[in-house]
Structures are given as structure tokens and as C-alpha cells.
Design a protein around this ligand. Structure first.
Ligand SMILES: [Zn+2]
Length: 430
């Protein structure tokens, strides 16, 4: 395979992520079947959505689980439902230090280099980058973006100063993984989402040029978008600005694939993508316009459906859901700390545990279930707190997982409906 401008295509990838895929987090490894059922339903409706079971190192540490358990749950679900399509297990947000225990069970690696953004690369490597990429300087157009870009050398130098060290770090992680696992045996993703500022299209182009230089056969990239992507609740930000940024990022990726010989299936990955109902129309339109793929990561939304299912079950299930809330409320500061940049909890609007204690099943479910902000009883503060509160359930151990098993029918119905109706349908089937 040869690329138009840059000689050889970075690499002919062997393992390929299909066009549409969804990251399904399964914190307690009990809902893989219910999640896969959502993909099976979309296949029946004519669209292949490839499931990717993603679980970050942070989640494994908080829960005390092993990546091999995620693999076992995924394999078991695939077998139980006779799923013949592709599926993957994602080592989500790993780096050089944390990758090892993911090597055998995972075939998708999200290399998190957000920490290295802004760390200045060695001056000679910045000079070399600017010297090698004169095509980035001057006026140029990206097909699909109306305004031409007018970029001067100082912009490229500045962008390289911000992002080159991060991409070089991704190169180190990729080569380490490839040496231990073998080229083409896994899907590489680079994530830059957990950082403060969104990346503009010219910056994304600089990043993709640097990724091609590092010869990383990247298949998905997670940039930072404008606005807040808070856990488990809707997007907060300027919808028109997001739509503009999203379609420009899609256009930029298509352009970079041609220009730098990056893998043809390279696509955007949206992190904290669950529950962002208000931007799904813009995502749907953007990928349709450019005939592009998308990877949507959802993680904690499934764990919240577990709590909803417990509450809906009434009796002991409801009592356990209330206990989890009360514990989360008591330890809110500690639970929220690792997620500070991705939650916005208005403390005075969290109900007191004594109030919640008196709730019926319906009251609890309505406060927690996120169905497009339609229900006036919905409480996004309670939902975000429970989203980051899975540590409480992890500490309960068998008491919690036993309750999941005892109430499997109700819980799995909630898990499947949530993924299929609220996430897959509006983006891929509408
Ligand atoms: Zn992420």
C-alpha cells in the first residue's frame, strides 16, 4: 500500500476496528451479555456496532479487579449469545507503567498521554519537526471546511511545543506494546481528552503529522472537545460550537489519512460519551456527511443501570441502592477527587440520605435514571455522585455482586435498553 505524499503507508494493519464501535464499560463484569444484546439488536436493525469492553486502569485499581476478568466476561457473553462479529477488550487509559497486566487479555490499547501535553519536547526534535513539515505552513484548505487555514511557522512551533512530547511518549508506549505483543495484534488509540483545552483542527493536524512520524498505526484518537463531558449526564456547553468542532475534526482526520498515510479506518473516539444526548445529532450528522466512523466510549452508565435495576427491584435491592447512596454521600469528597475534571456536583442539591431512605422504588429510579432530562424528578447531582461512587459497591464485594445476580432480569433489561435506545439508536439508527 502506498500513500499519496509520504511514501509508504505507516503500516498495513492486521487487526482492524470496524467503522462503528461502542466502548461498553462493565465495572463489575456482570453485564457483558446485556451489553452485547444491545449490539445484537442493532445488527438486527441492519447496523454493525462492534462492542469494545473498556475498563481503565483507574477503574481496575478502585474496584480491585484484573483485566483478565474483563476478557473472561466478554468471551463468555460472546459465546452465550453466539456473537460472530468482531469484539475487543480495551486497556483504557494506560501508559508505560501500567500496561503490563493488560498485555495478554487486551487487544485494544488506549494510550493516555494527556499528562505529557504541554511538557516541552527536546528543542532539536521541535526544530526537526518544523523543518520536516513545511506543508503545515502557509495557506491551505481542508476539504469540507469552508475557511482556509493560514498558518505561520510560529504556530507550528508552538503546537509542536505543546503536543510533540505527548506524541513521542505515545510512540514509546506503542513500540513497547508492539515489542511485547507483536505489530498488528491490537488496536492502538491515543487519548488526549483528560486535559484542559480543546485542540483546534490545525493543532489536530500537527498531532496527526507527529503520530505519522512516530509510525504509530493509530486507529482511533480521542481529542478534547469544547464544553464539559461530565460523567453520566448530558453535555454542558455550546452545541453549535461542538457541532462545528466535531465536523472539522472529522474533516481533518480524513485529510490527514491521505496526507500522512495513516490507517484508512482512523476515526474519532469520544470519551465520557455516554449520556451526551444533546450532541448525538451533531455526531450523527458529522459522520454521515464525511462517511466517517466513530467510536463512542461509555463506561459508568452501565453501572448506574445496575443501581437503577436494584432500586426497581424493591425490597433488598432498593435497600442496597439506598445504602450505596448513603455511603457515597458520606465519602463524597474522597470519591469525587479522582474525577474532579469530569463531574460538576452541586452539593446543596444532593438529597440527604435520610430523605432518600424514605423513597419508594419509583422515586429512586426517577431521580437516577437519565432519559434526556425529561423527568422533573431527575437529579443530575445524585447521578454524578453515584457514577463515581462505584467504589462503595466494590467494597461490598459479594453482597453487591450477589444482589446483581439475584436481580439479573430487571438489571439486564435496564442495561440493554439504556445502551440500545438512548445511545446506539440516536447516533447509528436514527
Ligand atoms: Zn477517557
Amino acid at each position: 500500500m502506498t500513500a499519496k505524499n509520504d511514501g509508504e503507508r505507516v503500516m498495513s494493519t492486521i487487526l482492524q476496528l470496524p467503522k462503528y464501535s461502542i466502548g461498553v464499560g462493565d465495572r463489575f463484569a456482570h453485564q457483558s451479555k446485556a451489553q452485547l444484546l444491545a449490539c445484537q439488536r442493532s445488527l438486527e436493525a441492519g447496523v454493525l456496532i462492534t462492542p469494545v469492553w473498556n475498563k481503565s486502569n483507574r477503574e481496575h485499581l478502585i474496584i480491585g479487579s484484573e483485566p483478565s476478568q474483563t476478557r473472561a466476561a466478554a468471551d463468555a457473553a460472546v459465546k452465550a449469545l453466539s456473537w460472530t462479529g468482531p469484539y475487543f477488550v480495551d486497556a483504557d487509559h494506560i501508559n508505560l507503567k501500567t500496561a503490563d497486566r493488560f498485555l495478554a487479555p487486551c487487544d485494544f490499547f488506549t494510550m493516555d498521554v494527556a499528562e505529557d501535553i504541554g511538557r516541552l519536547a527536546a528543542a532539536d526534535t521541535i526544530d526537526a519537526f518544523v523543518g520536516r513539515h513545511r506543508e503545515l505552513i502557509g495557506q491551505f484548505s481542508i476539504p469540507g471546511i469552508n475557511q482556509p487555514f493560514n498558518i505561520d511557522e510560529s504556530f507550528v512551533r508552538r503546537a509542536a511545543g505543546t503536543f510533540l512530547a505527548a506524541v513521542q511518549q505515545a510512540g514509546r508506549i506503542y513500540r513497547d506494546l508492539a515489542a511485547k505483543r507483536g505489530d498488528g495484534t491490537f488496536i492502538p488509540e491515543i487519548s488526549m481528552d483528560e486535559t484542559d483545552l480543546p485542540q483546534t483542527p490545525p493543532e489536530l493536524l500537527v498531532i496527526l503529522a507527529a503520530i505519522a512520524d512516530e509510525k504509530i498505526p493509530i486507529q482511533t484518537i480521542a481529542p478534547k472537545f469544547t464544553g464539559r463531558f461530565n460523567k453520566g449526564v448530558d453535555y454542558v456547553g455550546d452545541l453549535r460550537q461542538f457541532a462545528k468542532e466535531f465536523r472539522e475534526d472529522v474533516a481533518t482526520i480524513a485529510f490527514a489519512i491521505e496526507r500522512y498515510g495513516l490507517p484508512r479506518n482512523l476515526k474519532l473516539s469520544i470519551h465520557s460519551g455516554s449520556d451526551k444526548y444533546s450532541i448525538y445529532p451533531a455526531i450523527r450528522e458529522g459522520i454521515r456527511e464525511f462517511d466517517a466512523g466513530i467510536h463512542l466510549k461509555t463506561a459508568g452508565t452501565t453501572w448506574l443501570e445496575e443501581v437503577i435495576g436494584l432500586a426497581e427491584s424493591g425490597g433488598e435491592g432498593l435497600a442496597l441502592a439506598k445504602e450505596i447512596y448513603a455511603e457515597a454521600y458520606t465519602h463524597a469528597a474522597e470519591l469525587c477527587a479522582p474525577y474532579a475534571t469530569v463531574i460538576d456536583i452541586d452539593r446543596p442539591n444532593l438529597p440527604m440520605p435520610t430523605t432518600v431512605d424514605a423513597w419508594t422504588s419509583e422515586q429512586f429510579v426517577r431521580a437516577l435514571r437519565h432519559d434526556g432530562n425529561r423527568d422533573p424528578q431527575f437529579n443530575p447531582n445524585l447521578r454524578q455522585l453515584l457514577h463515581v461512587g462505584f467504589k462503595v459497591a466494590a467494597k461490598m464485594g459479594r453482597r453487591f455482586t450477589g444482589a446483581l445476580e439475584a436481580n439479573e432480569v430487571i438489571i439486564s433489561r435496564n442495561v440493554t435498553i439504556n445502551l440500545f435506545e438512548r445511545h446506539i439508536r440516536p447516533i447509528f439508527l436514527a
